[in-house]
Ligand binder design. Sequence first.
Ligand SMILES: [Zn+2]
Length: 168
Amino acid sequence: MDVKINYSNRRVRTVSARLVKGCLLVNAPATMPREHLRKSIDKFKVTFERRRLKEKLNSKRPLAEIAARLSDRYFDGKLKISSIEYAPAQNSRFGSCNHRDAFIRISHRLSRMPEWVRDYVIVHEMAHLIEPNHSAAFWNIVSRYELAERAKGYLMAAGLDMKYDSDK
Ligand SMILES: [Zn+2]
């Protein structure tokens, strides 16, 4: 990512940045210590990279369509999800589900795994809309997905040291 810094002598107190055609345009106070500025720019880079990755992930595979298909097949089309998306910063959990808002997030790492493993995680999160905890009733619902056990084994073997959503 190219970086262009504009040092401003006017009353600019904080650093701001925007991404224009892949180039990070930074507006910084001229008096700011260079080390501080470097750290600020690094933060902006991370933020913009994540945003870019998120847009890329979520444009490539329409997770909403996949979820609708899985809802039809395993939940009689009765589950309503308000939103489902890949989360680029989600590295410690395979997925997460906001029970109240029916908002599901899937770790970006799943986008690089086989589709049947990704689908398992989506079914898992969808099942949480019915059963919030990892209860026997919950696993009973998850087992509707034929490859659930294989997918669990796959994720375990992937050795990513990641957890499920509500494991505490
Ligand atoms: Zn879970």
